[in-house]
Design a protein around this ligand. Structure first.
Ligand code: PMP
Length: 404
């Protein structure tokens, strides 16, 4: 049975061209396996691969070379940014003789790598956390943000595209709110805080991040969501990681990555990430159009088979590579679909093994019963337009058989 993969938001396969480029960096054959920290020939080869990759990633988001810091994943990049900014602010205030409990504002629909990190800081009383509510359409509430901005806020973190619903967040409006707040507070003089962080993990290959980047201080990406390998992520730091005295490392050691992330860099994964980013960037407009069409026809076909099915969240304000659907007459949809060869997820892959209703759909005000009857389909590069109809046929067959 041919399996159909409809879970590109969980991870993507490595692009074969990317895989080819990575191969050299493992074995002795091409002499590219070195440690970039070593000063000899092998080390220099590895260092130049690292520099080359950093440049490629920087180019793909029109950033500066020094603004890119490599981590092992988006999860680690989110941890570095949140924990790093919080502890950096505490140190700065301590130096001024003040005891300070920083406040951070995040949305209630963030990925667990943001949400659980914030909760951890809150539990240990290192930071005060404000969770921005979302409305039924899945968009964060800006009035709460505006009300909560004060001199204790060091970081605001809101994702670009939600990984469970595909809902696009109003990043430019948030930028403006923060900017206006800073202007009022400081008579147009630049204030360091609040900093603005965007988890752009689900947006990298389908959005013009240059636009988003213009108003944010910090961003997060992951290689394995854009047809690169697992094991590499990026924290983007505006103004250069080497000048980021406001952020403290969470992994200390040999001082790699401008002192912000010690540990020998994963060169094969980073090289793969760089080629994947370059390719995604070059395909972005075409791929966006293609996925828009696929998403539209998928929903149309589903609606023909299941007129009672509903999209969870905004219909228009959605990234076309993700659709979260409610089927009132079915439970455990993921399992029924897997049995007939369709792979899709109820929510974030990392939460699948913990039996808890989706925090995202819950924050949007949906009942546990509805959440139980919802599923996320996500599309990507190797899912073709001609795959839509046969996929919907299979889905229809499975769900009609398993009505509960
Ligand atoms: N943020 C978002 C929005 C994501 O979708 C994911 C992956 N599900 C992550 C962070 C974590 O990425 P990684 O697997 O690289 O840790």
């Amino acid at each position: 049975m041919k399996q159909i993969y409809l879970d590109y938001a969980a991870t993507t396969p490595v692009d074969p061209e990317v895989f080819e480029k990575m191969k050299n960096f493992f074995t002795n054959e091409s002499q590219d396996f070195g440690n970039p920290g070593s000063l000899h020939y092998f080390g220099q080869r590895a260092q130049s691969a690292l520099d080359f990759s950093r440049k490629k990633i920087a180019q793909s988001i029109s950033a500066n070379f020094r603004e890119i810091i490599f981590t092992s994943s988006a999860t680690e990049a989110n941890n570095l940014i949140i924990r790093g900014v919080v502890s950096g602010s505490i140190s700065a205030f301590k130096n001024n003789g003040q005891n300070f409990i920083p406040k951070i504002i995040i949305s209630s629909i963030e990925h667990p790598s943001v949400l659980e990190t914030a909760k951890d800081l809150e539990r240990e009383k290192t930071a005060e956390v404000v969770y921005l509510p979302v409305d039924r359409s899945g968009v964060v509430d800006l009035a709460t943000l505006e009300k909560e901005l004060d001199e204790n806020v060091v970081l605001v973190s809101v994702m670009v595209v939600n990984n469970e619903t595909g809902i696009i967040q109003p990043i430019e409006k948030i930028e403006k709110l923060i900017d206006d707040y800073k202007k009022i507070k400081n008579n147009a003089k630049e204030l360091k805080y609040p900093m603005f962080h965007c988890d752009a993990t689900q947006a990298f290959n389908l959005f013009d991040l240059n636009v988003i980047k213009s108003g944010v201080d910090l961003m997060t990406f992951s290689s394995h969501k854009i047809y690169g390998p697992k094991g590499a992520g990026v924290a983007y730091i505006k103004g250069g990681a080497d000048r980021a005295d406001f952020i403290k490392p969470i992994i200390t050691g040999g001082g790699q990555e401008y002192g912000l992330r010690s540990g020998t860099e994963n060169i094969p994964a980073i090289v793969g990430f760089a080629y994947a980013a370059e390719k995604s960037f070059s395909l972005f407009k075409k791929e966006k159009e293609r996925l828009e069409k696929i998403s539209e026809s998928f929903i149309k076909e589903i609606k023909k088979e299941f007129p009672e099915a509903e999209i969870n969240g905004s219909v228009e304000n959605r990234s076309f590579h993700i659709v979260n659907l409610y089927f009132p007459h079915n439970k455990n949809i993921g399992i029924s679909l897997d049995l007939i060869g369709i792979s899709a997820s109820a929510g974030a892959a990392c939460a699948q093994r913990i039996e808890k209703p989706s925090h995202v759909l819950k924050a949007m005000g949906f009942s546990d019963e509805r959440i139980d009857r919802s599923i996320r389909f996500s599309f990507g590069r190797f899912f073709l337009e001609e795959d839509v109809f046969p996929s919907v046929l299979k889905i229809s067959e499975a769900l009609n058989k398993n009505k509960k």
